[in-house]
Design a protein around this ligand. Structure first.
Ligand code: NOJ
Length: 976
């Protein structure tokens, strides 16, 4: 007899249904807002916003900053002078040294410092040992080149009254007009204003001052001040508390702020990392706008929310503004907490924007808690020019090892070495390729980095050798917090050598992270970097092997019991810089130290390091990839990953991706499948999952999902030559690896805000991943009048605007823009390493003109030999007028060219596919092949051509099978 009451029985019958519902529906988790400051809770943010409000509300606002004309001089590309700030209440003045440097690239740099602090002529409160200068070393970590001044920069004879004008940039086409009183800057290109500094009078350099203690009751204050000027609100100047932590602020208020106006520009992009749209929103309230400024303060934001200006793990204070056929940008070089307000205005008449269609102007307002005011200005005029100028300064994206752009399989955690080998075997059993298996924190012995748990990972060498059999790699996590425990040589050494971050009193800082009580290695210290390097030697990190690479996590730094989950701002780093000054580049210093360590694991073993980071800043692109942190198994997070990846790419850090499947929660099979299809178009393609989630490797889901995910992975692998070529381009020109519409079509005004579809490198491949449940089709936006073809069945789409493209579960919406030649490797293998010598397929996609062009870059995918010419770089061109497809060498020759080419000499072009083949090829039976060096009349060969006419709106295509051509050689294929 059933012992349940009818009532309970009734409910019991629902239980399986409820359980099912629970598993099918993963609710979106929301961030704990109370753990992070709003602008109102951050003293300097509140003050700078209030300053802006006062300025904007006043009809006769006068910025108190004037450039003293007597101090101005220009020599060797650099203008110097002194800006004087007048304090209205006391009439006192503060001297602020100014430099405006005009660089050879056409970039201009404006810095403002504080004289008293340069001289160390200030007194710190609380007996602090912190440095007295404004932080002036951000450049040291961030900038790697491009600082040569343009000695041709010249003062203009046409000097206006009260202003100084400098001609600079290419052919002197750029101008900087510096108005003296109030101080402001107007950057012009071709006679038109593009970027204005302090035109709204919001510049604010909070100068050093002593704290006036309140006089004893009954006595009046000794300070003489103008009674007509109301006293300033000091409530946020001194010690500041949040969430139970008090920041001692030994230097008091010291923020720097500036309004930067993009005249005639409607769209601004950049300033990652935010889970927001690529075209940035307004932040001062109003319909559809944010109320908070975009914040940049690297933070471990648990369960972050979407469509929000809240800060995330990384910060790149680089912004671009775009309008039809013009792009400009600024880079705010500052490592402290930074916020940016954005407002768009349509001035009634803008005489400066005459002839420019868009009259919308974007007004931005930037402020950082401390440091120099240091801003670079890029006058474009194209998106490529702007990102390239920025990359010239902060470094190009590292060319990774080729395995790094394959597929990475991660979860928290693979629990043992046997587990890792088992996962690898299952991938093989299901014929699913992968390159890397990852180990999260549980592999360590009690969270002590540089150790393997002897119970669960007794034989790490066996595990890495197993992976190596198919040229696969292992990535192990190493975080910056070092467990504070007895008998752990790493922490003993850290303490003994004094290489950790200190607290405000100069004693070693202790906080909590995964291991419990921990200390943090201070990679601002060169001695700490040297020490860190030593820890990765194979005899120190016992169990690691040449195919072991590294993941740096929690490097914001994340401190569980710290203010806003990070370190106190008054902590002290090497050189006694406060953590406040350096917070946003802390992650980069750690990432960089690990990179250097991998370069030196063993004498003579020089391979490109692979180190993933979570925290990042300008410059991190030089080191290794980033990912977007702890997202959720939710459709909204899948959708958000596309603009986030695109935004990173246009911000000079293109090697980016999101956790495939979503970190928190269990994705439905459909969501997981769609995520693999999207992930196949992330530059960094890694699946990852939280420790509480169920296993979800692609083979777990079963039919048809497993097969569909495997197809997505195969697509990625077959396109690896195209991806690698795009990575190469990024590494020399800063070009994004995946590109948004505005970047590819800078004249197409309707597409400037599009951020849910992406172009892969210069291949013309246009993907629009499905990010909604139950989709059967998507609308892809075409930004030009080219002919586009479906990648899989050659269906034709043409004409600007949205096109509906079928997208049943098994299909990735992917088009090929006419006019390109795409290199592929079509043989299915277990890993990218095994494809090294595989033949190439060239897909020639004919454009409206009948022409097509593309390129291929290959090297050993492992060492730095490519820098000495060990690479293949070729351009393929098809011209309708001649009917010739040619392969031309565009590589840089060097001492290692010959031996590399020899090693690749047997790599063939095994197929040429021409999409959109002209109908008169129908009767053509063969093409004529000739190789470089052959006499025109000599041994020319014929190769069969198979023509397929297109049916039902699909393009015709033709195939040349095995033309007997080699990838290292120049050749011609004659289709005429
Ligand atoms: C936080 C990271 O974002 C996540 O990816 C990782 O799994 C956990 N830390 C544990 O290491």
């Amino acid at each position: 007899m059933n012992s349940l009451s009818p009532f309970t029985r009734g409910w019991a019958s629902f239980v399986p249904f409820i359980v099912l519902l629970f598993y099918c529906f993963t609710p979106v988790l929301t961030v704990k807002h109370e753990n992070f400051k709003t602008c109102d809770q951050s003293g300097f943010c509140k003050r700078n916003r209030a300053y802006a409000d006062t300025a904007e509300a006043s009809s006769n606002w006068d910025s108190p900053y004037n450039l003293d004309p007597a101090t101005i001089s220009l020599s060797n590309g650099q203008l110097t002078g002194t800006v004087v700030k007048t304090i209205s209440r006391t009439g006192d003045s503060v001297r602020l040294p100014l430099t405006v440097t005009f660089l050879e690239s056409g970039t201009a740099r404006v810095t403002i410092d504080e004289e008293k602090r340069q001289k160390g002529d200030i007194v710190l409160r609380h007996g602090s040992k912190a440095r007295k200068e404004r932080y002036n070393e951000a450049e040291r970590w961030t900038i790697t080149g491009g600082l040569t001044p343009n000695k041709g920069a010249a003062l203009s004879s046409d000097i206006q009254h009260g202003a100084t004008k400098v001609h600079f940039g290419p052919e002197g086409k750029f101008e900087a007009i510096i108005t003296h009183a109030p101080f402001s800057l107007d950057f012009r290109r071709d006679g038109t204003s593009h970027i204005l500094f302090n035109s709204r009078g919001l510049m604010n350099v909070e100068h050093w001052r002593t704290k006036q203690e309140a006089p004893p009751e009954g006595e009046s204050s000794a300070a003489e001040a103008d009674p007509a000027v109301p006293p300033e609100d000091e409530s946020t100047w001194w010690d500041e508390s949040f969430g139970g932590n008090t920041d001692s602020k030994p230097r008091g208020p010291e923020s720097v702020g500036l309004d930067i106006t993009f005249s005639g520009y409607e769209h601004v992009y950049g300033i990652p990392e935010h889970a927001s749209s690529m075209s940035l929103k307004q932040t001062r309230g109003g319909d559809g706008n944010y109320k908070e400024p975009y914040r940049m303060y690297n933070s471990d934001v648990f369960e972050y929310e979407l469509d929000s200006p809240m800060t995330l793990y990384g910060a790149i204070p680089f912004m671009q503004a775009h309008r039809k056929d013009s792009t400009v940008g600024v880079f705010w070089l500052n490592a402290a907490e930074t916020w940016v307000d954005i407002v768009k205005s349509r001035p009634a008449v803008n005489p400066l924007a005459l002839g420019v269609k868009s009259t919308t102007t974007t007004q931005t307002h930037w402020f950082s808690e401390s440091g120099l005011l240091d801003v670079f200005v890029f006058l474009g005029p194209s998106p490529q020019k702007v990102v390239q100028a920025y990359s010239e300064l902060t470094g190009y994206s590292q060319l990774p090892q080729s395995f790094a752009i394959g597929y990475h399989q991660c979860r928290w955690n693979y629990v043992s070495d046997e587990d890792v080998m088992d996962v690898a075997r299952k991938f093989d059993k299901h014929n699913i390729p992968f390159d890397v298996l990852w180990l999260d924190i549980e592999y360590t012995h009690e969270k002590k980095y540089f150790t393997f748990d002897p119970m669960t990972f007794p034989n790490p060498q066996k595990m890495t050798s197993h992976l190596d059999k198919h040229d696969r790699k292992l990535v192990a996590i190493i975080d910056p917090h070092i467990k504070n425990v007895d008998s752990y040589p790493v922490v003993d050494d850290l303490k003994k050598k004094q290489l950790a971050v200190n607290n405000k009193d100069g004693n070693i800082y202790e906080g909590w992270c995964w291991p419990g009580s921990s200390h943090w290695v201070d990679c601002f210290n060169p001695a700490a970097i040297s020490w860190w390097k030593g820890l990765f030697k194979y005899d120190k990190f016992v169990g690691s092997s040449p195919n072991t690479f590294i993941w740096n996590d929690m490097n914001e730094p994340s401190v569980f019991n710290g203010p806003e989950t990070t370190m106190p701002k008054d902590n002290l780093h090497h050189g006694n810089w406060e953590h406040r000054d350096v917070h946003n580049i802390n992650g980069l210093t750690f990432h960089n130290a690990t990179y250097e360590a991998l370069l030196e694991r063993k004498k003579g073993e020089v391979r490109r390091p692979f180190v993933l980071t979570r925290a990042f800043s300008a410059g991190s692109q030089r080191v290794g990839p980033m990912w977007t942190g702890d997202n959720q198994a939710h459709w909204g997070h899948l959708a958000a990953s596309i603009p986030m990846t695109l935004n990173n790419g246009i911000s000079g850090y293109p090697f980016a991706g999101a956790d495939v499947g979503g970190f928190f929660g269990n994705p439905s099979k459909e969501l997981l499948t769609r995520w693999y299809q999207a992930g196949a178009f992330y530059p960094f393609f890694r699946a990852h999952a939280h420790i509480d989630t169920r296993r979800r490797e692609p083979y777990v889901a079963g039919s048809p999902y497993t097969e569909i995910m495997a197809q997505a992975l195969r697509l990625r692998y077959s396109l690896l030559p195209a991806w690698y070529t795009a990575f190469r381009e990024a590494s020399v020109a800063g070009t994004p690896i995946v590109r948004p519409n505005f970047f590819v079509h800078p004249s197409d005004e309707n597409g400037f805000a599009i951020d849910d579809q992406l172009y892969l490198g210069s291949t013309g491949l246009l993907a629009k991943p499905v990010v909604t449940e139950g989709a059967e089709s998507v609308d892809i936006y075409l930004g030009d009048d080219e002919t586009y073809y479906d990648y899989f069945d050659y269906a034709i789409y043409s004409g600007k605007g949205y096109k509906t493209v079928p997208a049943p579960l098994e299909k990735i919406p992917l088009l090929m823009q006419g006019g390109h030649i795409i290199p592929r490797r079509d043989r299915p293998r277990r890993s990218s390493g095994l494809m090294k010598f595989d033949p190439i397929t060239l897909v020639v996609v004919l454009g409206k003109s009948g022409d097509a062009e593309g390129s291929l870059y290959l090297d050993d995918g492992e060492t730095f030999d490519y820098q000495q010419g060990a690479h293949i770089h070729r351009t393929f061109r098809y011209e309708a007028s001649t009917g010739l497809l040619t392969s031309e060498d565009i590589s840089d020759r060097g001492s290692k060219t010959a031996s590399y080419l020899k090693s690749m000499s047997h790599v063939r072009v095994e197929r040429i596919v021409v999409v959109g083949a002209p109908s008169d090829w129908k009767n053509k039976e063969s093409v004529i092949i000739s190789e470089e060096g052959e006499k025109e009349s000599g041994s020319r060969q014929r190769s069969e051509l198979q023509f397929h006419s297109g049916q039902g709106g699909k393009a015709a295509w033709a195939v040349v099978k095995d033309p007997g051509l080699y990838i290292t050689k120049g050749w011609k294929v004659d289709f005429s």
